[in-house]
Each structure stands twice: as C-alpha cells, then as structure tokens.
Design a protein around this ligand. Structure first.
Ligand code: 2IT
Length: 447
C-alpha cells in the first residue's frame, strides 16, 4: 500500500470506529494529512501500525462524579481522563470543566497535547481530562465538593511520575487547590501530582502568564523572521480567560495595539488601541463585563457579535477562546479586513475549512500545538521545581519560557527548509512532532 493509501485507510478505520467523534477525527486528520513525506522515508511504519498506535489513546478512563449542591440536590456528571501517550514521558495535560466536555473533545485535546508536548523538548507525554460540569454560577462550596468528588475517582490513576493534570477552561488556581487537597487526603503528599498550583502551594511563578506570554513570544519570533515587527501592529484577541488575558498584556508590552477583544459578553473595539489598565480592571472583575469599559472610554465600541464577525480592520488575529471558533466564512471576512497573520492561542480554534482558507490566501498561520505550548512548558518547569524542592524566580521561569518558544519556532523554520514547505508552519509542526513520536514508539517495541 502506498503511504497515502495507508493514511486514507487509517482515517477510514478511525471514522468507522468512532463515528460522531468529530473533533477527535478533525485533529487526527489535520496531522495525518501533513506527514506523508515522513511515511515515505519510513515504509516500515506501516507494518508497525505506527499511525494507529499514535492516534489511539493508551487508556481512556471514564467515571461518574456524584456531588451535592448547596440546596441538597444531588447531581451526576461524567468525568474523564484520557491518558493518550507515554512514549515521551508521563501523561501531561490540562483538565477542562465545561458543559461541552465529551470523549471526542478530550481525545482531540489529548492527541494535540501529545504533539505539543513533544515540541517543547521536555520529557512530557500527552493527556487531558475533565468533566461535563458547568462551574458558572456555582458557589465556592459547590466547586469544592465537585472537585473533591472528581478527584476521589481520578486519584487512583495519577501520580507525580505517571500522570500530571493541570488546569484548562473552567479549572484555575482555586480548582487546582481543591483537587490537590483531595488528592493529598487520599494518597498522601505529592507536590508534583498537579501543576498550575497556586504559587504559595508551590506552583511555579509565571505559570498563569505562561500560555499567553508564550503565544506572544512565539508571535514576535515569527514576525521577525518575516522581516516585520510587532510595533503598532493592530491585533484582535478573542477570549479573556488565562490565555487571552496574558496575551493582551504581552502584546501591548511588546508594542502592538490591541484593537479588539471579546468574550461571552461580546466584543470591545477601539481602532486606536484599547487601554490596558481599564481592560484589566474590567476583565478581572467578576461583576463586570466588557461593556463597562465604555464608562471610562466612550470612543470605544461594543458589539454583541463574536469578534470574528465584527467589521474591524487589523493585522494579526489571535484566537484564544475555544476550538472551532473561526469558521470558513469568518476566516474569509477577517482576511478581507486586512489580517495577515493568524496565531492560535486556544487549542484548534480554526476549523479545517478556515485553515484551508488561510492557506489559499497566503496568510501566515501558526498552529496552537506550537504557539500555545508555553503553558505546558512551564508546567514542565513546575514539575522540575517540585522535584528539586525549589522555587525559581519569575525572571528565571520567564527566561526559560522565552527560550523554549524560540526553539520551537526554530524547529518549525528548520523543518520548513528540510521539507520545502514554504511557510506552512502547521505542516512543519506536525512533521517535526510526528517524527519524534514515531521514533519513540518504535524504539520502545510493540507494547
Ligand atoms: O492545553 C494546554 O496545553 C493546557 N491546558 C496546559 C496543560 C498543562 O499541563 O499545563
């Protein structure tokens, strides 16, 4: 069978086995359509079923989470942990609490995480977990009981050397604190069993900022390599969670103008650039939303629509909200409004059709698995600090983050050159990570 037939057969097989797991199939397809040159150089990968072994999670743990709300009502949620790949180290990846969580979404995230983690150069395998629990509107006590119930099941499967969860959408310092406390109650002290811990609980300085800052460090490298600069570039950023918030801060620090931001309360825009101090006050206050910004700056505008559907001119788009937030139609529209660079801050925020549209229009596109790897990279540094029983300074962590993001971009440039990919950084990230993972699978034998 030719290598393209092999890829096609594996994709057909996955579609037959996992009908309806659209996000998972989308993520695998995006990688496997890029790696034909590697398969051609390694015909033995077919007999060894390397594609099947890389796409299939080593383990998918699924459990019931039973908890009681403040009124005494008992609820049942579905909890999961996808232990996708351990070939590059212990399973590592975040935890998402959101009503959209299902096996397809967690399998896509764990698959992506495996590739992302291998790009960091650290010894990290891939995993992801979560629950279809919606934390919005829940009291602190309810969040604590939910986290305790979730960890009561999960604790059986994780440890500092085996599987190290962190946060993601719906899981921040507070949740990690409760999850950590419950793990300790059940299994004893293990500092490094979770990352993204509050700094006082021996989390890493700079972990909260790492994904957003990393996205901007990566963007700076990429723009420089195109003989361009971030200075005064007009930037659109969706999402005001941990990733979006810190991307906004770093973008402005690096000289760019953030001309629009968005979250579930709509889109806020100012063609002259939004004011960082007011924006920070509005974003971090749980009792206000983006409209509040207008009280201090009436030159700005607020729209109810998603940022990608608003008529705002800009140079760079940085989607930091959620998977598949940019569809083909919106991709076409933002290109018409002047966007030349798209850097993914969220995991897989562009649909396959949107990515194709960027490619067809020569937009410089950076995939999440490279651009947002700074978060998990600093999680890796948190594991090192916990193992050393030391806490590094913010500057030390930030320095290492910058150097990791620079190295990732360099790997993409080198891969583009080696495989004659022009500036197809998505393909380069897939090829670079796939080569490493495939070799790791091979050298560890048939297991
Ligand atoms: O998507 C991601 O890379 C994360 N949610 C961070 C994972 C981690 O283990 O820090």
């Amino acid at each position: 069978m030719s290598s393209s037939e092999y890829i096609e057969q594996v994709m057909h097989d996955l579609e037959d086995r996992y009908p309806g797991q659209s996000e998972y199939l989308q993520a695998v397809h995006e990688v496997y359509e890029s790696i034909q040159p590697v398969l051609e150089a390694h015909p033995e990968y077919q007999e060894q079923a390397i594609l099947e072994r890389i796409a299939t999670p080593e383990r998918l743990i699924s459990f019931r989470v039973t908890w009681q709300d403040d009124e005494g009502q008992v609820h049942v949620n579905n909890g999961y942990r996808v232990q996708h790949s351990s070939v590059n180290g212990p399973y590592k990846g975040g935890t998402r609490f959101d009503s959209s969580v299902n096996p397809s979404i967690l399998k896509f995230l764990a698959f992506e995480q495996t590739f992302k983690n291998s790009l960091t150069g650290l010894a990290l395998g891939g995993g992801k977990g979560g629950a279809d629990f919606n934390p919005i509107g829940r009291s602190d006590a309810e969040i604590m009981r939910f986290c305790q119930a979730y960890m009561t099941e999960l604790a059986k499967y994780i440890s500092a050397d085996q599987d190290i969860p962190a946060g993601d959408i719906g899981v921040g310092h507070r949740e990690i604190g409760y999850l950590y406390g419950q793990y300790k109650r059940l299994q004893g002290v293990q500092l490094g069993v979770l990352t993204g811990k509050p700094v006082i609980a021996h989390g890493s300085l700079g972990r909260s900022e790492a994904t957003g800052y990393g996205v901007m460090y990566f963007t700076e490298e990429l723009i420089k390599s195109h003989d361009d600069s971030l200075q005064d570039k007009r930037v659109l950023i969706s999402g005001t969670g941990a990733v979006g918030l810190h991307a906004i801060v770093k973008a402005i620090q690096l000289g760019a103008k953030v001309v629009a931001v968005s979250n579930t309360s709509g889109t806020l825009a100012d063609p002259d650039g939004l004011d960082l101090d007011t924006l920070l006050t509005v974003i971090v206050d749980p009792n206000s939303d983006l409209v509040t910004y207008l009280e201090a700056h009436d030159t700005a505008s607020h729209y109810k629509e998603a940022i990608w559907s608003c008529d705002i001119e800009a140079d760079i788009a940085i989607p930091c909200a959620i998977q598949n937030e940019i569809n083909a139609e919106q991709a076409q529209e933002i290109i018409e409004r002047g966007i030349r660079y798209v850097i993914e801050g969220a995991n897989m925020p562009s649909t396959a059709e949107a990515v194709q549209c960027f490619r067809d229009n020569d937009i410089i596109f950076a995939p999440a698995k490279a651009a947002n790897a700074g978060g998990v990279a600093v999680s890796g540094l948190e594991m090192s600090q916990n193992a050393q029983r030391l806490q590094w300074t913010f500057e030390e962590v930030d320095q290492q983050l910058q150097s990791i993001m620079k190295d990732i971009f360099q790997h993409l440039l080198d891969t583009c050159e080696e495989y004659d990919l022009d500036h197809d950084y998505a393909k380069a990230a897939n090829i670079y990570a796939f080569k490493r993972i495939a070799e790791l699978v091979q050298i560890q034998g048939v297991v």
